[in-house]
Write a protein that binds this ligand. Sequence first.
Ligand code: CU
Length: 504
Amino acid sequence: MSNRKVYTDYFFDEPAYNTHDGGYVPLVEPTTPQQPLRIPELLKPDKETASDMYYTVTAQAGEVQLLPGAKTETWGFNAPLLGKTILFKNGKTIHITLKNDLPELTTFHWHGLNVPGPVTDGGCHAPVYPGESTEIQFKCHQPAATLWLHAHPCPSTAEQVWKGLATMVVVKDAVEDKLPFPHHYGIDDIPLILQDRRFHENNQWDYLADYDPDGVQGPTPLINGTVNPYFDVTTQRLRLRLLDGANRREWRLHFSNDLKFTQIASDGGVLPEPVDFTHLMLTCAERAEVIVDFSGYKPGDVVTLYSDDIPIAHFRIHEFAPDHTKLPNHLVDIPDPEVTANAPVHQVVMSGMDEEVMINNQKFDMQRIDDRQQVGKVEYWDISNTNDKASGMVHPYHMHGTQFRVISRNGHAPYPNENGLKDTVGVNPGETVRLKVWFEHLGVYMNHCHIIEHEDGGMMAQFEVYDPDHPKKYQLMDMTTLMNAFAKERGVKVSDLHIPGMDM
Ligand SMILES: [Cu+2]
Protein backbone atom coordinates (compact mmCIF):
# COMPACT_ATOMS: atom_id res chain seq x y z
CA MET A 1 0.00 0.00 0.00
CA SER A 2 1.27 3.43 -0.79
CA ASN A 3 1.31 6.33 1.63
CA ARG A 4 -0.34 8.64 -0.88
CA LYS A 5 -3.56 10.46 -0.11
CA VAL A 6 -6.67 8.94 -1.70
CA TYR A 7 -9.01 11.60 -3.08
CA THR A 8 -12.70 10.80 -3.07
CA ASP A 9 -14.22 13.64 -5.07
CA TYR A 10 -14.42 14.69 -8.71
CA PHE A 11 -12.42 17.90 -8.12
CA PHE A 12 -14.72 20.00 -10.33
CA ASP A 13 -16.67 22.78 -8.56
CA GLU A 14 -19.90 20.90 -9.03
CA PRO A 15 -19.77 17.58 -10.81
CA ALA A 16 -23.08 17.86 -12.63
CA TYR A 17 -22.61 20.65 -15.12
CA ASN A 18 -23.71 18.83 -18.20
CA THR A 19 -27.10 18.26 -16.64
CA HIS A 20 -27.52 22.04 -16.58
CA ASP A 21 -29.58 22.37 -19.70
CA GLY A 22 -33.02 21.11 -20.56
CA GLY A 23 -31.72 18.92 -23.37
CA TYR A 24 -29.52 16.76 -21.15
CA VAL A 25 -29.81 13.05 -22.00
CA PRO A 26 -29.01 10.76 -19.06
CA LEU A 27 -27.32 7.44 -19.76
CA VAL A 28 -29.47 4.32 -19.55
CA GLU A 29 -28.11 0.85 -18.78
CA PRO A 30 -28.22 -1.27 -21.95
CA THR A 31 -30.57 -4.25 -21.82
CA THR A 32 -28.78 -6.19 -24.58
CA PRO A 33 -26.46 -9.06 -23.57
CA GLN A 34 -22.93 -8.24 -22.48
CA GLN A 35 -20.36 -8.48 -25.28
CA PRO A 36 -16.57 -8.70 -25.23
CA LEU A 37 -15.03 -5.25 -25.24
CA ARG A 38 -13.69 -4.44 -28.70
CA ILE A 39 -9.97 -3.78 -28.49
CA PRO A 40 -8.81 -1.79 -31.49
CA GLU A 41 -5.99 -3.53 -33.33
CA LEU A 42 -2.67 -1.73 -33.61
CA LEU A 43 -2.27 -0.24 -37.09
CA LYS A 44 0.61 -1.97 -38.87
CA PRO A 45 3.15 0.46 -40.30
CA ASP A 46 3.62 0.15 -44.06
CA LYS A 47 7.32 0.19 -43.27
CA GLU A 48 9.54 0.95 -40.29
CA THR A 49 13.26 1.67 -40.18
CA ALA A 50 15.57 2.67 -37.33
CA SER A 51 14.66 6.30 -37.93
CA ASP A 52 11.33 6.42 -39.78
CA MET A 53 7.79 5.03 -39.60
CA TYR A 54 5.40 4.93 -42.58
CA TYR A 55 1.64 4.60 -42.22
CA THR A 56 -1.46 4.79 -44.37
CA VAL A 57 -4.52 6.12 -42.55
CA THR A 58 -7.76 5.66 -44.47
CA ALA A 59 -11.05 7.29 -43.53
CA GLN A 60 -13.71 4.82 -44.60
CA ALA A 61 -17.36 3.89 -44.27
CA GLY A 62 -18.58 0.53 -43.03
CA GLU A 63 -21.11 -1.21 -40.86
CA VAL A 64 -20.86 -2.91 -37.50
CA GLN A 65 -22.97 -5.34 -35.49
CA LEU A 66 -23.54 -3.19 -32.39
CA LEU A 67 -26.97 -4.46 -31.37
CA PRO A 68 -28.92 -7.62 -32.19
CA GLY A 69 -30.61 -7.19 -35.58
CA ALA A 70 -29.52 -4.75 -38.27
CA LYS A 71 -25.91 -3.62 -38.45
CA THR A 72 -25.22 0.09 -37.81
CA GLU A 73 -23.70 2.20 -40.58
CA THR A 74 -20.53 3.79 -39.28
CA TRP A 75 -17.30 5.56 -40.25
CA GLY A 76 -13.77 4.90 -39.06
CA PHE A 77 -10.04 5.05 -39.68
CA ASN A 78 -8.73 1.79 -41.21
CA ALA A 79 -11.74 0.09 -39.64
CA PRO A 80 -15.50 0.34 -40.00
CA LEU A 81 -15.90 2.17 -36.66
CA LEU A 82 -13.45 4.36 -34.69
CA GLY A 83 -10.19 2.88 -35.91
CA LYS A 84 -7.01 1.00 -35.37
CA THR A 85 -4.67 2.39 -32.71
CA ILE A 86 -1.74 4.27 -34.25
CA LEU A 87 1.63 4.05 -32.53
CA PHE A 88 4.39 6.65 -32.89
CA LYS A 89 7.87 6.24 -31.42
CA ASN A 90 9.36 9.43 -30.04
CA GLY A 91 12.36 10.55 -32.06
CA LYS A 92 11.28 8.94 -35.32
CA THR A 93 10.20 10.73 -38.47
CA ILE A 94 6.63 9.79 -39.26
CA HIS A 95 5.32 9.65 -42.84
CA ILE A 96 1.57 9.26 -43.25
CA THR A 97 -0.54 8.86 -46.33
CA LEU A 98 -3.98 10.28 -45.48
CA LYS A 99 -6.61 8.67 -47.68
CA ASN A 100 -10.25 9.63 -47.88
CA ASP A 101 -12.56 6.82 -49.02
CA LEU A 102 -15.64 8.58 -47.60
CA PRO A 103 -18.31 10.18 -49.76
CA GLU A 104 -17.43 13.64 -48.39
CA LEU A 105 -14.41 15.73 -47.45
CA THR A 106 -12.78 15.25 -44.09
CA THR A 107 -9.61 16.25 -42.25
CA PHE A 108 -7.22 14.28 -40.05
CA HIS A 109 -6.52 16.19 -36.81
CA TRP A 110 -3.82 14.83 -34.51
CA HIS A 111 -5.20 15.92 -31.15
CA GLY A 112 -2.34 16.55 -28.72
CA LEU A 113 0.48 16.04 -31.21
CA ASN A 114 3.08 18.82 -31.41
CA VAL A 115 3.28 19.28 -35.18
CA PRO A 116 3.29 22.31 -37.52
CA GLY A 117 -0.02 23.99 -38.34
CA PRO A 118 -2.29 24.34 -40.08
CA VAL A 119 -1.85 21.50 -42.59
CA THR A 120 0.01 18.74 -40.71
CA ASP A 121 -2.10 19.47 -37.63
CA GLY A 122 -5.15 18.61 -39.72
CA GLY A 123 -7.73 21.24 -38.77
CA CYS A 124 -10.20 22.86 -41.15
CA HIS A 125 -7.47 24.23 -43.43
CA ALA A 126 -6.41 20.76 -44.54
CA PRO A 127 -9.37 19.06 -46.24
CA VAL A 128 -8.84 15.79 -48.05
CA TYR A 129 -11.55 15.39 -50.67
CA PRO A 130 -13.37 12.13 -51.39
CA GLY A 131 -11.29 9.65 -53.37
CA GLU A 132 -8.14 11.68 -52.81
CA SER A 133 -5.10 11.27 -50.61
CA THR A 134 -2.31 13.46 -49.31
CA GLU A 135 0.98 12.99 -47.50
CA ILE A 136 2.19 14.47 -44.24
CA GLN A 137 5.53 14.09 -42.56
CA PHE A 138 6.77 15.21 -39.15
CA LYS A 139 9.27 14.37 -36.49
CA CYS A 140 7.68 12.85 -33.39
CA HIS A 141 9.15 14.91 -30.59
CA GLN A 142 7.25 14.57 -27.34
CA PRO A 143 7.02 12.21 -24.39
CA ALA A 144 4.98 9.01 -24.31
CA ALA A 145 1.29 9.86 -24.21
CA THR A 146 -2.23 8.86 -25.17
CA LEU A 147 -3.38 11.17 -27.97
CA TRP A 148 -6.09 10.77 -30.56
CA LEU A 149 -6.96 11.30 -34.17
CA HIS A 150 -10.30 12.74 -35.15
CA ALA A 151 -12.00 14.48 -38.05
CA HIS A 152 -11.97 18.30 -37.82
CA PRO A 153 -13.60 19.76 -40.98
CA CYS A 154 -14.98 22.78 -39.19
CA PRO A 155 -18.54 23.02 -40.35
CA SER A 156 -19.06 19.28 -39.83
CA THR A 157 -16.65 18.07 -37.14
CA ALA A 158 -19.34 16.99 -34.71
CA GLU A 159 -21.33 14.96 -37.23
CA GLN A 160 -18.22 13.19 -38.56
CA VAL A 161 -16.98 12.31 -35.07
CA TRP A 162 -20.51 11.10 -34.23
CA LYS A 163 -20.35 8.76 -37.23
CA GLY A 164 -17.15 7.28 -35.81
CA LEU A 165 -14.11 9.23 -37.01
CA ALA A 166 -12.04 9.04 -33.82
CA THR A 167 -9.22 6.71 -32.84
CA MET A 168 -6.42 6.36 -30.30
CA VAL A 169 -2.85 7.47 -30.98
CA VAL A 170 -0.15 6.24 -28.63
CA VAL A 171 3.29 7.83 -28.39
CA LYS A 172 5.99 5.57 -26.90
CA ASP A 173 9.37 6.55 -25.50
CA ALA A 174 12.24 5.01 -23.55
CA VAL A 175 11.34 6.78 -20.28
CA GLU A 176 7.81 5.43 -20.07
CA ASP A 177 8.98 1.97 -21.26
CA LYS A 178 11.08 1.69 -18.09
CA LEU A 179 8.37 2.76 -15.65
CA PRO A 180 6.64 -0.04 -13.73
CA PHE A 181 3.37 0.24 -15.66
CA PRO A 182 1.44 -2.50 -17.45
CA HIS A 183 2.81 -2.51 -21.03
CA HIS A 184 1.05 -5.33 -22.91
CA TYR A 185 -1.35 -3.72 -25.34
CA GLY A 186 -4.66 -5.55 -25.41
CA ILE A 187 -3.84 -7.65 -22.33
CA ASP A 188 -3.11 -5.28 -19.45
CA ASP A 189 -2.83 -1.97 -21.34
CA ILE A 190 -6.07 -1.15 -23.07
CA PRO A 191 -7.67 1.89 -24.65
CA LEU A 192 -11.11 2.86 -23.43
CA ILE A 193 -12.87 5.32 -25.73
CA LEU A 194 -15.95 6.62 -23.94
CA GLN A 195 -18.84 7.69 -26.16
CA ASP A 196 -22.64 7.69 -26.16
CA ARG A 197 -25.14 7.24 -28.97
CA ARG A 198 -28.88 7.00 -29.61
CA PHE A 199 -30.01 4.09 -31.76
CA HIS A 200 -32.93 4.86 -34.07
CA GLU A 201 -34.94 2.64 -36.39
CA ASN A 202 -32.98 -0.36 -37.73
CA ASN A 203 -30.23 0.32 -35.20
CA GLN A 204 -29.02 3.40 -37.12
CA TRP A 205 -27.58 6.65 -35.77
CA ASP A 206 -29.27 9.86 -36.87
CA TYR A 207 -27.17 12.88 -36.02
CA LEU A 208 -29.61 15.46 -37.36
CA ALA A 209 -32.55 13.94 -35.48
CA ASP A 210 -30.56 14.09 -32.24
CA TYR A 211 -29.06 17.53 -32.87
CA ASP A 212 -28.70 19.86 -29.88
CA PRO A 213 -26.56 23.02 -30.16
CA ASP A 214 -25.22 22.32 -26.66
CA GLY A 215 -23.90 18.95 -27.78
CA VAL A 216 -25.39 15.77 -29.14
CA GLN A 217 -25.85 12.90 -26.72
CA GLY A 218 -27.42 9.49 -26.66
CA PRO A 219 -28.60 7.35 -23.78
CA THR A 220 -26.52 4.30 -24.71
CA PRO A 221 -22.93 4.14 -23.49
CA LEU A 222 -20.61 3.00 -26.30
CA ILE A 223 -17.19 1.89 -25.10
CA ASN A 224 -14.62 1.28 -27.88
CA GLY A 225 -17.69 0.91 -30.06
CA THR A 226 -19.15 -1.81 -27.83
CA VAL A 227 -22.58 -1.72 -26.22
CA ASN A 228 -22.56 -3.26 -22.72
CA PRO A 229 -18.95 -4.53 -22.79
CA TYR A 230 -17.11 -6.91 -20.53
CA PHE A 231 -13.36 -7.40 -20.32
CA ASP A 232 -11.60 -10.54 -19.10
CA VAL A 233 -9.05 -9.50 -16.49
CA THR A 234 -6.05 -11.86 -16.48
CA THR A 235 -3.53 -9.65 -14.69
CA GLN A 236 -3.65 -8.13 -11.22
CA ARG A 237 -3.01 -4.65 -12.56
CA LEU A 238 -4.81 -3.18 -15.55
CA ARG A 239 -3.88 0.05 -17.30
CA LEU A 240 -6.79 1.88 -18.91
CA ARG A 241 -6.13 4.65 -21.41
CA LEU A 242 -9.34 6.60 -20.91
CA LEU A 243 -10.47 9.05 -23.59
CA ASP A 244 -13.63 11.14 -23.40
CA GLY A 245 -14.47 10.78 -27.09
CA ALA A 246 -18.05 11.97 -26.67
CA ASN A 247 -19.39 15.02 -28.50
CA ARG A 248 -20.65 16.59 -25.30
CA ARG A 249 -20.85 14.18 -22.38
CA GLU A 250 -18.77 14.46 -19.22
CA TRP A 251 -17.95 11.10 -17.65
CA ARG A 252 -18.08 10.77 -13.88
CA LEU A 253 -16.23 7.51 -13.40
CA HIS A 254 -16.04 5.23 -10.41
CA PHE A 255 -15.85 1.49 -9.81
CA SER A 256 -18.06 -0.78 -7.75
CA ASN A 257 -17.24 -0.71 -4.02
CA ASP A 258 -15.46 2.60 -4.64
CA LEU A 259 -12.36 0.68 -5.68
CA LYS A 260 -9.34 2.96 -5.57
CA PHE A 261 -7.52 3.60 -8.84
CA THR A 262 -4.41 5.54 -9.73
CA GLN A 263 -3.92 8.11 -12.47
CA ILE A 264 -0.45 7.87 -14.01
CA ALA A 265 -0.80 10.10 -17.07
CA SER A 266 -2.88 13.00 -18.34
CA ASP A 267 -3.38 14.34 -21.88
CA GLY A 268 0.26 15.00 -22.71
CA GLY A 269 1.99 12.16 -20.91
CA VAL A 270 3.04 10.68 -17.60
CA LEU A 271 2.28 12.72 -14.47
CA PRO A 272 5.13 13.78 -12.22
CA GLU A 273 3.44 11.89 -9.40
CA PRO A 274 0.69 9.27 -9.42
CA VAL A 275 -2.68 10.40 -8.06
CA ASP A 276 -4.92 7.97 -6.16
CA PHE A 277 -8.67 8.44 -6.13
CA THR A 278 -12.03 6.74 -6.17
CA HIS A 279 -13.77 9.14 -8.57
CA LEU A 280 -12.64 10.78 -11.81
CA MET A 281 -14.48 13.26 -14.01
CA LEU A 282 -13.37 13.63 -17.62
CA THR A 283 -14.57 16.43 -19.89
CA CYS A 284 -14.67 16.12 -23.67
CA ALA A 285 -11.35 15.20 -25.31
CA GLU A 286 -9.48 14.80 -22.01
CA ARG A 287 -7.45 11.66 -21.46
CA ALA A 288 -6.39 9.94 -18.26
CA GLU A 289 -4.29 6.82 -18.01
CA VAL A 290 -5.14 4.93 -14.86
CA ILE A 291 -4.00 1.73 -13.21
CA VAL A 292 -6.57 -0.43 -11.47
CA ASP A 293 -5.34 -3.04 -8.98
CA PHE A 294 -7.64 -6.04 -8.65
CA SER A 295 -5.65 -7.74 -5.84
CA GLY A 296 -8.69 -7.69 -3.56
CA TYR A 297 -10.75 -9.81 -5.98
CA LYS A 298 -10.87 -13.50 -6.88
CA PRO A 299 -11.79 -15.41 -10.03
CA GLY A 300 -15.49 -15.12 -10.74
CA ASP A 301 -15.81 -11.64 -9.27
CA VAL A 302 -16.97 -8.79 -11.47
CA VAL A 303 -15.86 -5.19 -10.99
CA THR A 304 -18.11 -2.65 -12.68
CA LEU A 305 -17.12 0.75 -14.04
CA TYR A 306 -19.87 3.34 -13.68
CA SER A 307 -20.54 6.79 -15.00
CA ASP A 308 -22.90 8.41 -12.52
CA ASP A 309 -25.10 5.44 -11.53
CA ILE A 310 -24.99 3.68 -14.89
CA PRO A 311 -22.74 0.65 -15.45
CA ILE A 312 -20.64 1.23 -18.58
CA ALA A 313 -18.15 -1.69 -18.49
CA HIS A 314 -17.78 -4.96 -16.60
CA PHE A 315 -14.40 -6.40 -15.62
CA ARG A 316 -14.62 -10.17 -15.15
CA ILE A 317 -11.86 -11.36 -12.87
CA HIS A 318 -9.92 -14.51 -13.81
CA GLU A 319 -6.82 -16.18 -12.31
CA PHE A 320 -3.85 -13.85 -12.30
CA ALA A 321 -0.30 -14.04 -11.00
CA PRO A 322 0.36 -11.94 -7.89
CA ASP A 323 1.97 -8.62 -8.79
CA HIS A 324 3.91 -6.81 -6.07
CA THR A 325 4.92 -3.84 -8.23
CA LYS A 326 4.85 -0.55 -6.37
CA LEU A 327 4.60 2.75 -8.16
CA PRO A 328 7.27 5.22 -7.07
CA ASN A 329 5.98 8.50 -5.67
CA HIS A 330 7.91 10.35 -8.38
CA LEU A 331 7.39 9.17 -11.96
CA VAL A 332 8.91 11.71 -14.36
CA ASP A 333 10.12 15.30 -14.56
CA ILE A 334 7.77 17.60 -16.43
CA PRO A 335 8.98 20.61 -18.43
CA ASP A 336 8.23 23.81 -16.57
CA PRO A 337 9.87 26.67 -18.52
CA GLU A 338 9.92 30.15 -17.04
CA VAL A 339 7.48 32.67 -18.43
CA THR A 340 9.15 35.11 -20.83
CA ALA A 341 9.73 38.52 -19.20
CA ASN A 342 7.23 41.25 -20.13
CA ALA A 343 5.14 38.80 -22.16
CA PRO A 344 1.47 39.72 -22.62
CA VAL A 345 -1.22 37.63 -20.93
CA HIS A 346 -3.54 36.25 -23.59
CA GLN A 347 -7.27 36.44 -22.87
CA VAL A 348 -9.77 33.86 -24.07
CA VAL A 349 -13.34 34.43 -22.93
CA MET A 350 -15.77 31.61 -23.66
CA SER A 351 -19.33 32.83 -23.40
CA GLY A 352 -22.82 31.60 -24.04
CA MET A 353 -24.59 28.31 -24.55
CA ASP A 354 -26.75 26.99 -27.41
CA GLU A 355 -26.35 29.05 -30.61
CA GLU A 356 -24.94 32.00 -28.62
CA VAL A 357 -21.52 30.47 -28.01
CA MET A 358 -18.53 32.71 -28.77
CA ILE A 359 -14.89 33.36 -27.93
CA ASN A 360 -14.02 36.97 -27.11
CA ASN A 361 -17.45 38.01 -28.38
CA GLN A 362 -16.81 36.63 -31.86
CA LYS A 363 -17.78 33.54 -33.75
CA PHE A 364 -15.08 31.54 -35.52
CA ASP A 365 -13.81 32.84 -38.85
CA MET A 366 -11.25 30.64 -40.56
CA GLN A 367 -9.83 33.63 -42.43
CA ARG A 368 -9.19 35.64 -39.25
CA ILE A 369 -6.18 35.29 -36.95
CA ASP A 370 -7.28 36.16 -33.41
CA ASP A 371 -4.01 35.98 -31.49
CA ARG A 372 -0.28 35.50 -31.97
CA GLN A 373 2.58 34.08 -29.94
CA GLN A 374 6.25 33.95 -30.86
CA VAL A 375 7.69 30.45 -31.20
CA GLY A 376 9.87 29.52 -28.23
CA LYS A 377 8.39 32.16 -25.88
CA VAL A 378 6.49 31.08 -22.81
CA GLU A 379 3.33 33.03 -22.06
CA TYR A 380 0.25 32.92 -19.84
CA TRP A 381 -3.17 32.38 -21.36
CA ASP A 382 -6.18 33.15 -19.15
CA ILE A 383 -9.20 31.11 -20.17
CA SER A 384 -12.54 32.28 -18.77
CA ASN A 385 -15.98 30.75 -18.84
CA THR A 386 -18.62 33.43 -18.29
CA ASN A 387 -21.48 30.94 -17.98
CA ASP A 388 -23.61 31.36 -14.90
CA LYS A 389 -22.41 29.23 -11.98
CA ALA A 390 -25.87 27.94 -11.21
CA SER A 391 -26.95 27.02 -14.72
CA GLY A 392 -23.94 27.05 -17.05
CA MET A 393 -21.80 24.33 -18.58
CA VAL A 394 -18.16 23.36 -18.23
CA HIS A 395 -16.40 24.30 -21.46
CA PRO A 396 -13.50 21.93 -22.13
CA TYR A 397 -10.91 24.29 -23.64
CA HIS A 398 -8.48 22.78 -26.18
CA MET A 399 -5.44 24.28 -27.90
CA HIS A 400 -3.84 22.77 -30.97
CA GLY A 401 -0.09 22.59 -31.38
CA THR A 402 0.95 22.50 -27.73
CA GLN A 403 0.99 20.66 -24.44
CA PHE A 404 0.51 23.30 -21.76
CA ARG A 405 0.70 23.50 -17.99
CA VAL A 406 -2.31 24.38 -15.85
CA ILE A 407 -1.19 27.09 -13.42
CA SER A 408 -4.30 28.01 -11.48
CA ARG A 409 -8.08 27.95 -11.25
CA ASN A 410 -9.47 31.30 -10.09
CA GLY A 411 -6.08 31.89 -8.47
CA HIS A 412 -6.11 28.57 -6.60
CA ALA A 413 -3.98 25.51 -7.27
CA PRO A 414 -5.16 23.31 -10.15
CA TYR A 415 -6.64 19.90 -9.38
CA PRO A 416 -4.17 17.29 -8.09
CA ASN A 417 -4.25 15.39 -11.42
CA GLU A 418 -3.52 18.54 -13.46
CA ASN A 419 0.18 18.81 -12.66
CA GLY A 420 1.25 17.21 -15.93
CA LEU A 421 1.15 18.23 -19.58
CA LYS A 422 -2.32 18.88 -20.95
CA ASP A 423 -3.98 20.04 -24.15
CA THR A 424 -7.57 20.21 -22.89
CA VAL A 425 -8.84 21.63 -19.61
CA GLY A 426 -12.40 21.77 -18.28
CA VAL A 427 -13.21 25.37 -17.30
CA ASN A 428 -15.98 25.67 -14.72
CA PRO A 429 -18.75 28.28 -15.09
CA GLY A 430 -17.57 31.56 -13.59
CA GLU A 431 -13.96 30.45 -13.60
CA THR A 432 -10.69 31.67 -15.09
CA VAL A 433 -8.03 29.04 -15.65
CA ARG A 434 -4.48 30.27 -16.16
CA LEU A 435 -2.31 28.25 -18.52
CA LYS A 436 1.39 28.44 -19.26
CA VAL A 437 1.81 27.90 -23.00
CA TRP A 438 4.74 27.50 -25.37
CA PHE A 439 5.15 26.21 -28.92
CA GLU A 440 7.86 24.37 -30.82
CA HIS A 441 6.45 24.77 -34.33
CA LEU A 442 5.26 27.60 -36.53
CA GLY A 443 1.73 27.59 -37.86
CA VAL A 444 -1.84 28.68 -37.67
CA TYR A 445 -3.69 26.67 -35.03
CA MET A 446 -7.16 26.54 -33.54
CA ASN A 447 -8.25 26.92 -29.93
CA HIS A 448 -11.80 26.03 -28.98
CA CYS A 449 -14.36 24.44 -26.73
CA HIS A 450 -14.32 20.66 -27.23
CA ILE A 451 -18.03 20.23 -26.80
CA ILE A 452 -17.95 19.62 -30.52
CA GLU A 453 -21.27 21.34 -31.27
CA HIS A 454 -20.00 24.45 -29.45
CA GLU A 455 -16.89 24.32 -31.64
CA ASP A 456 -18.90 23.89 -34.85
CA GLY A 457 -21.25 26.61 -33.58
CA GLY A 458 -18.42 29.14 -33.40
CA MET A 459 -16.82 28.80 -29.94
CA MET A 460 -13.47 28.60 -31.68
CA ALA A 461 -10.63 30.96 -32.57
CA GLN A 462 -7.27 30.86 -34.32
CA PHE A 463 -3.79 31.97 -33.42
CA GLU A 464 -0.51 32.13 -35.26
CA VAL A 465 2.77 30.90 -33.84
CA TYR A 466 5.34 33.06 -35.60
CA ASP A 467 9.05 33.68 -35.91
CA PRO A 468 9.80 37.42 -36.45
CA ASP A 469 12.93 36.53 -38.41
CA HIS A 470 11.03 34.26 -40.79
CA PRO A 471 7.55 35.68 -41.40
CA LYS A 472 5.24 33.27 -43.22
CA LYS A 473 2.08 33.62 -45.25
CA TYR A 474 -0.53 30.93 -44.93
CA GLN A 475 -3.10 29.80 -47.44
CA LEU A 476 -6.20 29.70 -45.23
CA MET A 477 -9.35 27.82 -46.15
CA ASP A 478 -12.63 29.72 -46.33
CA MET A 479 -16.14 28.68 -45.40
CA THR A 480 -17.56 29.19 -48.91
CA THR A 481 -15.12 26.70 -50.42
CA LEU A 482 -15.91 24.09 -47.77
CA MET A 483 -19.68 24.62 -47.95
CA ASN A 484 -19.61 24.40 -51.78
CA ALA A 485 -17.65 21.15 -51.55
CA PHE A 486 -20.07 19.64 -49.00
CA ALA A 487 -23.03 20.68 -51.16
CA LYS A 488 -21.51 19.09 -54.26
CA GLU A 489 -20.64 15.88 -52.41
CA ARG A 490 -24.12 15.62 -50.93
CA GLY A 491 -25.75 16.44 -54.27
CA VAL A 492 -27.68 19.49 -53.01
CA LYS A 493 -27.59 23.25 -53.61
CA VAL A 494 -25.55 25.24 -51.08
CA SER A 495 -28.75 26.99 -50.05
CA ASP A 496 -30.27 23.58 -49.19
CA LEU A 497 -27.23 22.34 -47.28
CA HIS A 498 -28.17 21.62 -43.69
CA ILE A 499 -25.18 21.64 -41.39
CA PRO A 500 -26.35 22.42 -37.87
CA GLY A 501 -24.57 25.32 -36.23
CA MET A 502 -23.64 26.69 -39.66
CA ASP A 503 -27.04 28.02 -40.76
CA MET A 504 -26.01 31.61 -41.52
CU1 CU B 1 -18.50 24.73 -24.73
